[in-house]
Ligand binder design. Structure first.
Ligand code: CA
Length: 653
């Protein structure tokens, strides 16, 4: 155990680098002393913080503070006290990138007081690569509740910074007025000064490249029914991004944008993951390190793979006979689940669904069923509707699901990020656990620590997922680019239910029309390792049993969906990625190349495979999948070529 914590409380006399007007400044470092957090009041009494890594400025002086119903905690503040504590905990978690997490950090509590002598405490946790902080508000002068009108929290990056951000969409636009749903396109290496597409700021998480000095990933975690989901504002004239609350029009205009909680209470955590390179960004566990399970479960949820007809065969496949084909496909692949998507209540009906579920069970396949979340917050007609928005109806429905032995639900088309929608997510999860049901969300917000907070939570879309490859050639053309972003950004902070791995070359029911896949088969195989979600809905169709390469089918029968460990190997967001995941004592190493023209030649170090016999899946010159046994050298060094929009996978024997 390292015990070299450094904490320095500088008085005015002792530190020349501190502005004379600053009342005081607290500087702490993380356990390995590379990451440094400074907290202080500016000359106007604005609570502020800054972050440096290896002596280099990563986040410049940035404001803290809240405007609330009980008073403002914004300026004219004084730092009146602080306390330090060492944290060293271990927790287990089967549904994220690492199964046993050792979290070591130093906690700093800074209490600020406004001119009315009201107090606000900012709690910081500094680990080797992560800073998390949140606001704690005590009961004060008989007030037991608080509404936050505005969070002043800012993020000011050095001028050389470039961004990898996803714009927030306008509210109430898109399919049946269902946006925002975190399904916009990222821009890579953009200028901070370029406005976002809609002028609505950006959704979390956001990645920032601090010139040659390193990287910062911003996100938030611990959002539950006691707060809203937040986003990043446009860059302000002061060069600072700020926390922004949901837009008033979200949720069909219903519900407040100002979150509220009882006192004493806390906000969610704001998180910054910092590194000289991208390894800490890809490997971070901060979304789960600082949250706690909100309830225990008595159920033993089984993760695994699933078939789902909707992705290629669409609405027309939600009938009894087609679903039998997909149950049989799950049997042929050895998959645990079948997901039956929208309209099943109309096109199959509840009675025949009971029969279909019995058929699935007779073949040792378990069932997920689709529901709309709505509700009054959009114009979705896809049914079942109005089953998840009301607690009386919801519990009746879940009782039926439990009686049928259904194991999970996929709930789609949520209304935005307001606190009342966060309450709905939590209510669905909590009621579902009472009925032994796992929950996947689609058309939804980013999960924010939910894998650890809710034991039956098993995935969220919140990304331009596989369906877009069906909908438009543009997304097929950009598939490789997007796949090279997710492991660094969206998927590093939470489960990503992408629903991918196509073996069809053409994305329609006949495998003979519709949009054309531009990525290779091995690229598709690699995404099963690159994209992490504990339940993987694989985009296979029954025809693939005879028209897909046997080497791919064999791989897809074996590939796991839960992991014990992750190692970032190499990559650059939007260009290429190579990463390794371990389940048990078996490592999978997967890489893909986003370039449309150029073969990527890489020298990689794979210490986890050193001296081992592995199976190497790669594209041949004609981009057909090949597998061959390879013995990795004792030093673990490999030279590899990845075809344009192609992939590579090594599987340890
Ligand atoms: Ca969607």
């Amino acid at each position: 155990m390292k015990k070299f914590w450094s904490c320095l409380l500088f008085g005015l006399l002792f530190c020349g680098s501190v502005k004379a007007e600053e009342r005081n400044r607290i500087v702490i470092t993380g356990p390995d002393r590379q990451l440094q957090l400074s907290v202080y009041c500016s000359q106007e009494g604005v609570p502020s913080y800054a972050v440096a890594y290896q002596g280099k400025e990563m986040v410049k002086s940035s404001p803290l503070g809240l405007k609330t119903s009980i008073g403002d905690f914004v300026q004219g503040m004084q730092l009146v006290g602080h306390a330090l504590k060492d944290l060293d905990t271990t927790y287990r978690q089967s549904r994220i990138k690492i199964s046993e997490v050792h979290y070591v950090a130093r906690e700093l509590r800074c209490t600020f007081e406004n001119e009315k002598k009201q107090q606000m405490t900012v709690v910081f946790r500094v680990a080797d690569h992560d800073v998390a902080f949140r606001y704690e508000m005590p009961r004060q002068s008989g007030t037991t509740s608080l509404t936050v009108y505005q969070e002043m929290t800012g993020f000011c990056f050095p001028e050389e910074t470039t961004t990898f951000l996803c714009p927030q969409s306008d509210p109430m636009i898109g399919w049946k007025r269902t946006k925002p749903s975190y399904e916009e396109e990222y821009k890579a290496d953009a200028s901070m000064h370029e406005p976002s597409l809609y002028g609505r700021g950006y959704t979390f998480p956001g990645l920032f490249r601090i010139g040659g000095n390193g990287w910062v990933l911003l996100s938030e975690t611990g959002v539950d029914s006691r707060y809203c989901g937040s986003r990043l504002s446009e860059l302000g004239e002061d060069g600072t991004y700020r926390i922004a609350f949901p837009m008033a029009e979200e949720n069909n205009g219903n519900g407040t944008v100002a979150p509220a909680f009882a006192l004493p209470g806390t906000t969610p955590w704001r998180t910054l993951t910092v590194g000289a390179d991208l390894k800490p960004i890809v490997e971070t566990t901060v979304p789960w390190d600082v949250v706690e399970p909100l309830y225990a479960t008595e159920h033993n949820y089984r993760m695994g793979r699933s078939t789902w007809s909707w992705i290629l065969w669409q609405d027309g496949s939600i009938n009894y006979d087609d679903q039998v084909q997909y149950i049989d496909l799950a049997v042929a692949m050895g998959y645990e689940y079948v997901l039956i998507d929208n309209w099943w209540d109309r096109t199959i009906g509840y009675e025949r669904m009971e029969e279909l579920i019995r058929y699935a069970h007779s073949r040792q396949v378990d069932v997920f069923l689709w529901y709309s979340s709505s509700g009054y917050w959009n114009d979705i007609e896809q049914s079942p509707v109005n089953r998840m928005d009301n607690p009386i109806v919801r519990k009746r429905e879940m009782k039926w699901l439990q009686e049928q032995g259904v194991k999970g639900i996929k709930v789609d088309f949520f209304g935005g990020d307001k606190q009342e929608t966060m309450r709905l997510y939590e209510a669905i999860l909590s009621d579902a656990d009472d009925h032994g049901l796992m929950v996947i969300f689609h058309g939804c917000t980013l999960p924010r620590g939910w894998e650890r907070m809710y034991p039956n939570y098993v995935g969220s879309e919140a990304v331009l997922a596989s369906e877009n490859l069906m909908f438009s050639q543009h997304f097929c053309d950009e598939e490789a680019f997007n796949a090279c972003l997710h492991p660094f950004i969206r998927n590093t902070v939470g489960c990503m239910e992408f629903g991918g791995c196509f073996m069809n070359k053409r994305l329609n029911r006949g495998n003979d029309g519709g949009s054309e896949r531009k990525t290779t088969d091995v690229f598709q195989l690699a995404t099963t390792v690159l994209f992490q979600n504990p339940i993987q809905n694989i985009a296979l169709a029954p025809n693939n049993l005879t028209d897909a390469p046997q080497v791919c089918l064999d791989y897809l029968k074996e590939v796991p969906t839960t992991w014990d460990e992750i190692r970032f190997i190499d990559g650059y967001p939007g260009k290429y990625i190579v990463l390794a995941r371990r389940q048990g004592d078996r490592w999978y190493v997967a890489g893909v190349n986003a370039s449309k023209e150029e073969t990527l030649k890489l020298h990689v170090e794979l210490p986890m495979l050193a001296g081992k016999a592995v199976l190497q899946y790669e594209d041949d010159k004609l981009k057909n999948p090949q597998v061959k046994p390879v013995k990795v050298k004792a030093d673990g060094k490999m030279t590899v070529k990845i075809q344009p929009q192609g992939g590579i996978v090594w599987v340890a024997e």
